[in-house]
Design a protein around this ligand. Structure first.
Ligand code: ANZ
Ligand code: ZN
Length: 835
């Protein structure tokens, strides 16, 4: 590729340079990834594809620009890099915009994609646009639907009526992961519980697999922990409590509770059931004895619970509420005591068995509940060990003002008194298990993923309902089921597609009778759960991607994106990959081996950037004023990548000045391809050393995503180059190469060679050339540091002794002949011992 460089340009005209190179790169297709290149390893570099919100903000840039530095670096390091880009294009915001602005979601989405594509190109990133995927394109969502059918056919997608999170404003069901602090993740409105028919994916079947594989991922620890907690494995026991009614001693039923603390069972002074617990139906007079005597009160309470979200229910600050099932008692299997049975919303129906044994002395929630309703609090675990052995005398227990949740020693627990709680867990379990009253149980917090949305702008769920045949999957040859063009998107509690007769009324694929289509659409998180696979083979219309191409590129080598996706996209994608592996479509079971999160850029005021705060910086303006090279480089420079930091306008000025100096460096030395003009390396050992040091440091820094320190090193290097008396062409080229990932346009402009600098080889350093000639020798007298002196590398013991003993501050402290011995640590320290 020919540069149109002609002579020295007086000023750094970034606008002209950047547009020109973006055009040339695009025309020549240098970033198009071939599926394989001889002698090169493939490297799949991925950043999370954006949602087409309409404009690219600085946060996007922070995801994409430093990410692109890494991709360019890898390319120069000899990898065959694929760095694709696309759009996560379905979803609620498009529909909400459609309602607000009276514009069709499709139009809104594709307009935004167009603007954002222009903005994305202005970053000057090396994206392979030929692989673009847009999740709302029918040739993409055909495969989203196809994948759903594979889940369906393998028993991993099912429909059921259940309570779910309902956003009052978006009027759709949301997944648990999409409810943040009891509010809709998208619009911030309240989320209620609503019972409706919905589609779910059986992610719970993969709970253990997902959990087990978490540790081997090279991901930020915090994210792995979030996923583990979200999966929430808990090992405990199911324990059976017999039920009695005061009037009907004979009739008995039982309730199973889930507990992780069987050691506390002697302190279980009442049971609590979730208000939705099935067994409550049996406690009504119609069902026969035993029944609750206060049925009206019980029913009112059950009704009230329905308006609350899970999050509200388990909130720590909310005052506990509840109602006793009067007349019903449970028998504590450990000590035979009759204990009351309560309903309370702090016990969730969806976890464990929906019933607990309450141990108020050792569980804070139970403690608060017991205090409010005046229930007995019985301490059975004591933090202190018993005083002596014989007969296990009672240890002294503190008076409780809150539950003691820790481990300790048993008291008030019959034959188990004095035992450590850890041991008692097992012993009590075995004791109850022998009587058939307990069994081991593992539970998970993870719930199945609700994926149907009562909204328009999503991929239709490819299912048909036939009176005769029931639920019938759409035959694969009929995919995609295209989203029809409709005009009324207002959420009504049902999918807007219900109104499209043409869409809804179909023939049953099995029997040919009149049937109806499913009108719900798929959660957009389904679309993003597999897009990284499609990039490997984006145009394939026979398969979601061919096995050969998948093998070439996947799993992703480095994934960069926001931490906010920890239990959403990042968990779902792992789930999809594991399922597709098990179904034989993939030969790997983790999609993203290595992942890093970018930090968050704050406004100048240190607050999160937002339009309402008025602290947003517009990347387009910055690009116009300073150029995209400067913006990229400043983003890299502003702080550790995983932390981000506040935007500082003088910072970008500094980087801009740096780029101008780079520009001038060239004219200063009149560097030409004629090597004779400038000094050669040998005559400039200091510069040579800094160059080699810089290559080493910048290489290591970029590899570890330490972009900020890499940029500082470039700045140090530039200082030295400016100060040098002359500059060899090789040194200059090395500098440009180091600069190229950060400021790709400027580096390319100054490169002036037939092939792009971005296809050139990353410089190597010579370890011999960065060796220090001197080191700092620490001189001690009797172990106390008295002096630090420069000494030549390779200093011998005798030389070190002589040097040390000759120092003034040593002579002051060491009388002649007083030296007992001298300790020498080569390259570091000499210690003169006199006493
Ligand atoms: C008795 C007990 C005594 C408990 C004690 C704790 C401490 P994780 O670790 O989160 O699994 N629990 C069980 N099912 C519940 C439900 N559906 N809703 C609310 N709470 C429930 O927590 C397990 C503990 O949470 C169980 O152990 C149970 O309380 C409670 F000193 O049983 B525990
Ligand atoms: Zn049929």
């Amino acid at each position: 590729m020919e540069s149109d460089y002609s002579g020295i340009m007086p000023g750094y005209n970034h606008q002209k340079i950047e547009k020109k190179w973006q055009r040339i790169w695009e025309d020549s297709g240098i970033y198009k990834a071939k599926d394989s290149v001889k002698d090169k390893k493939n490297f799949y570099h991925l950043v999370m594809f954006p949602y087409p919100s309409g404009n690219l903000h600085i946060g996007h840039w922070y995801n994409f620009a430093p990410g692109d530095v890494y991709a360019r670096f890898k390319r120069m390091r000899g990898f065959n890099v694929m760095s694709p880009m696309g759009f996560d294009a379905f979803g609620l915001p498009a529909e909400n915009a459609a309602i607000k602005r009276g514009i069709h979601p499709r139009k809104w989405t594709y307009q935004n994609i167009k603007t954002m594509t222009g903005q994305l190109k202005s970053i000057g990133a090396g994206y392979d646009w030929s692989r673009q995927v847009i999740s709302s394109d029918p040739d993409y969502y055909k495969w989203t639907q196809w994948l759903f059918l594979q889940f369906y056919k393998n028993g991993l997608a099912y429909r059921k009526k259940a309570l779910a999170n309902w956003c009052v404003s978006c009027k759709t069901i949301l997944a648990n992961e999409q409810v943040v602090d009891g509010k809709c993740e998208r619009c911030g409105s309240d989320v209620l519980q609503k019972e409706i028919e919905q589609w779910l994916l059986k992610i719970t079947r993969y709970a253990e697999k997902l959990l087990q594989a978490t540790d081997k991922l090279d991901w930020p620890e915090k994210t792995k922990t979030m996923q583990k907690n979200w999966i929430g494995k808990s090992e405990g026991a199911l324990i059976k409590f017999e039920i009695r009614n005061s009037k009907f001693e004979k009739n008995s039923q039982s309730i199973e509770v889930f507990t992780t603390r069987p050691d506390t069972i002697f302190g279980a002074t009442y049971l609590v059931l979730a208000p939705e617990h099935e067994i409550i139906k049996n406690f009504q007079p119609e069902a026969g004895p035993p029944w609750a005597e206060n049925q009206k009160e019980v029913e009112d309470y059950i009704k009230k619970t329905k308006t609350k979200t899970e999050l509200e229910r388990i909130s720590q600050i909310k005052e506990k509420t509840g109602v006793e099932l009067k007349g019903i008692k449970a028998i504590n299997p450990a000590n035979g005591e009759k204990i009351p049975v309560w309903l309370s919303d702090y016990v969730l129906a969806s976890y464990g068995t929906g019933a607990i044994m309450a141990v108020p002395a050792h569980d804070q929630r139970d403690f608060e509940f017991a205090q409010k309703f005046n229930l007995p609090i019985k301490m059975v675990i004591c933090p202190n060990p018993p005083a002596g052995r014989a007969g296990y005398p009672e240890p002294v227990c503190p008076v409780l003002d809150k539950a003691y949740e820790g481990e300790g020693y048993l008291v008030g627990s019959g034959q188990f008194d004095g035992m450590s709680s850890e041991k008692a867990k097992k012993e009590i379990m075995d004791w109850l298990a022998k009587k058939g009253l307990a069994e081991k149980k593992i539970t998970y917090r993870l719930r199945d993923w609700i994926i149907s949305r009562q909204r328009y702008w999503g991929a239709p769920i490819p299912i048909i309902y036939c009176q005769q045949c029931g639920e019938v999957p759409v035959p694969e040859k009929d995919l995609p089921i295209k989203l029809p063009e409709i005009v009324d998107f207002k959420p009504k509690g049902k999918s807007p597609l219900v109104g499209s007769e043409k869409f809804v009324n179909v023939r049953c694929p099995k029997c040919g009778r009149k049937a109806k289509r499913e009108t719900d659409t798929l959660d957009t998180f389904i679309c993003s759960s597999w897009y990284y696979l499609r990039y490997a083979d984006p145009k394939n219309n026979k398969k979601f991607a061919s096995p050969e191409k998948l093998k070439k590129w996947l799993p992703v080598n480095l994934y960069i994106g926001g931490a906010e996706h920890a239990v959403l996209h990042l968990l779902y994608s792992r789930f999809f990959t594991k399922v597709l592996k098990d179904l034989g479509y993939l030969d790997f079971d983790e999609p993203f081996l290595k992942m890093r999160h970018q930090g968050i850029i704050l406004g100048q005021d240190g607050q999160k950037m937002s339009k309402s705060r008025g602290n947003v910086v517009d990347p387009d303006d910055l690009v116009k004023n300073f150029g995209s090279d400067a913006v990229r480089m400043y983003l890299c420079f502003m702080g550790p990548y995983s932390q981000g930091g506040p935007w500082n306008p003088s910072g970008i000025n500094g980087v801009f000045r740096f780029l101008n100096r780079v520009w001038q460096l060239k004219s200063k030395f009149q560097i030409t391809n004629n090597k004779q003009i400038s000094n050669s390396n040998d005559q400039n050992p200091k510069l040579e050393k800094i160059l080699h040091q810089s290559v080493k440091k910048i290489t290591e820094d970029i590899e570890n995503l330490r972009f900020n320190t890499a940029v500082s090193q470039l700045m140090i290097l530039l200082n030295e180059m400016e100060r040098a008396e002359g500059l060899g062409i090789k040194d200059y080229e090395t500098f440009l190469k180091l600069l190229a990932p950060f400021a790709p346009h400027l580096a390319e402009e100054l490169w002036r060679q037939k092939t792009s600098i971005h296809l050139s080889a990353w410089p190597k350093y010579d370890p011999k050339k960065i060796k220090e000639e001197t080191f700092e020798l620490v001189v001690q007298v009797n172990g106390k540091v008295r002096e630090r002196v420069k000494a030549p590398v390779g200093l011998k013991q005798a030389e070190a002794e002589e040097l040390a003993l000759g120092l003034k501050r040593v002579k002051e402290r060491v009388a002649a002949g007083a030296v007992k011995k001298i300790i020498f640590v080569p390259g570091r320290l000499v210690n003169i011992v006199t006493d």
